[in-house]
Design a binder for this molecule. Structure first.
Ligand code: GUN
Length: 293
């Protein structure tokens, strides 16, 4: 079993980005600028946004963090987004999801200028992705593709099961893996809550991407010998072994599944780090589009 090590791959990609930012600065250009908007007190969202802002600093990007109380109105939030849309010094805008129930996520996403939608969630960008046109690819599936590419894993012809059909991960992941690219060219099955006999489908899979948000959902009896396992889950579970009383586990029962795999991503230290890298690559792309002369 070989670890698909998010620390190693993300460090490598971050070094490349850092060099590109240095070159931009030498050429007299401003650095890329990401705006992150956080609404409410969701501890996971706070941690994710914190990591994104910290990574910006590490890479020489400018970042602006706007934090709103959970009671912020939808119109106030939309107004702020429009302000950043119109600000030429801003390259990328992300609004961390999920949002409180009184705010429409669809409206928020549709208000972001597609040219600054570095999450790749806007319908225009998702449409372009479906057509394989150049665009911002959603960060988690994009990060997974970068990881497979880094390890030189030849996926053509493989059977792939994606568990979960979210707009953010499962659906774009299925599209990317089925495209005529390398990595890609997989035969993809997308599983969800109504899927019949998921175990049988998983047992046939050369690659399983678990993005269902249920701790240790994928168990050893669902996995074929030699399969590649990509674990997108980040679940907080109670633990007697940590000071905090909690630990992070993925959607895969790592301890029992890992010995059967050819490759597996750990949690933490796997896909999560790649997601941030992919977001940074998208922000760099947005900057290039905005500063082209
Ligand atoms: N919530 C979970 N994942 C993401 C992500 O990639 N981007 C944003 N904006 N919110 C998220």
């Amino acid at each position: 079993m070989q670890l698909l090590d998010g620390k190693v791959v993300s460090q490598h990609i971050k070094e490349e980005i850092k060099k590109q930012v240095e070159q931009l600065t030498w050429a007299g250009k401003r650095p890329p600028h990401l705006v992150a908007i956080l609404v409410g007190e969701n501890p996971a969202s706070k941690a994710y946004v914190g990591s994104k802002v910290k990574t910006c600093a590490e890479l020489g990007f400018e970042s602006t963090l706007i934090s709103y109380d959970a009671a912020v109105t939808e119109s106030e939030l939309l107004l702020k987004i429009k302000e950043f849309n119109a600000n030429p010094s801003v390259d990328g805008i992300l609004v961390q999801l999920p949002l409180p129930k009184h705010i429409s996520e669809d409206k928020v996403i549709e208000t972001i200028d597609p040219g600054k939608d570095v999450d790749g969630f806007h319908p225009v960008n998702l449409g372009k992705m479906m057509l394989s046109l150049p665009t911002f690819v959603p960060a988690t599936p994009y990060g997974i593709m970068l990881m497979l590419q880094h390890y030189g894993i030849k996926t053509a012809g493989m059977n792939c099961v994606v568990i979960g059909r979210s707009n953010i991960v499962g659906t774009p992941m299925s599209l990317l893996l089925s495209r005529n690219t390398e990595p890609g060219n997989c035969t993809v099955t997308m599983c969800h809550s109504k899927t019949k006999d998921m175990k049988a489908l998983c047992k046939e899979a050369d690659i399983i991407v678990a993005a269902i948000g249920k701790p240790r959902f994928v168990t050893e009896d669902m996995v074929k010998e030699g399969a590649i396992i990509i674990d997108v889950g980040i679940n907080r579970v109670e633990s007697t072994e940590t000071k905090s009383g909690f630990r992070l586990v993925g959607d895969v029962d790592y301890e029992n599944v890992a010995p059967k795999c050819s490759y597996i991503t750990p949690v933490p230290g796997g896909v999560g780090l790649m997601t941030i890298c992919a977001l940074m690559k998208n922000t760099l792309l947005a900057h290039a589009n905005h500063t082209q002369s």
